[in-house]
Design a protein around this ligand. Structure first.
Ligand code: DGL
Length: 246
């Protein structure tokens, strides 16, 4: 059985796990949530990179075939080092601006953690992208995943604070945000396109797996979860969410 590992600081990477679980079959999926060290987004580049290296070294079996860095913050800080250090294939997620060119009046809003925004400032400066660091939002989603009213209220605050910029598309640059993508779409409204990288990454992974092995898409996957901090309340919440998505 092919072994696929997923890492994130918490539930954000479930958004990608859900997509991959739909696209591949007969694989062992192992999800590692580094909830002990969450959130990643407010840490330095060196701190995030060292946490990611430790998670992989301590929790990922050496015979893993594919590692999915299901976290934008970890991707932007540690992807290259992971690729250099390990023999298995590594995929990451990063904010993709697959939006139609702006008409010069309207603008693209990129929502991401502080670290992801800081690491991408140069890249997007020229493209007229409005970079919006959302410190604390991943933690808020983590805590309030089951309380839709609270999520709507928090995202509405972001929408209201950018009303004057006439935003026509929103790029979700954090997997925690992708995990509640429907809420972003509802709050920003149908006139605003909401994008993330998850579909294209999961297709790339499925293509790669089909290339290296006979993947039986009809077969079900085996799944295991590791949390770097286990407490009853959090473990129960994660199990409940997993029941919903797998
Ligand atoms: N889910 C992670 C991301 O995609 C970040 C959450 C955090 O700040 O830990 O960036």
């Amino acid at each position: 059985m092919l072994k696929i590992g997923f890492i994130d600081s918490g539930i954000g990477g479930f958004s990608l796990l859900k997509e991959v679980n739909k696209n591949v079959g007969g694989c062992e999926l192992k999800y590692i949530a580094d909830n002990l060290n969450a959130p990643y987004g407010n840490k330095t580049r060196e701190e995030v990179s060292s946490l990611v290296m430790n998670v992989v070294k301590n929790h990922l079996p050496i015979d893993t075939d594919v590692l999915v860095v299901a976290c934008n913050t970890a991707t932007v800080t540690a992807l290259e080092e992971l690729k250099d250090r390990y023999h298995f294939r590594v995929f990451g997620v990063s904010p993709q601006l697959k939006t139609p060119k702006s008409d010069g009046k309207k603008r693209t809003l990129l929502l991401a953690t502080n670290r992801t925004v800081m690491e991408n400032t140069e890249k997007y400066k020229e493209e007229g992208v409005f970079l919006y660091p959302t410190s604390g939002l991943a933690t808020f989603i983590e805590k309030n995943y089951f309380n839709k009213d609270l999520l709507v209220g928090e995202i509405a605050k972001i929408r209201d604070s950018v009303l004057e910029y006439d935003i026509d598309s929103v790029v979700l640059g954090c997997t925690h945000y992708s995990f509640i993508r429907d809420v972003f779409q509802e709050v920003f409204g149908e006139g605003v396109a909401v994008y993330d990288d998850n579909k294209s990454v999961s297709c790339e992974i499925a293509d790669y797996l089909a290339h290296i092995s006979d993947v039986d898409c009809e077969a079900s996957n085996e799944f295991s979860l590791v949390m770097t901090r286990e407490n009853k309340q959090e473990t129960e919440k994660y199990s409940e969410i997993l029941k919903e998505i797998m």
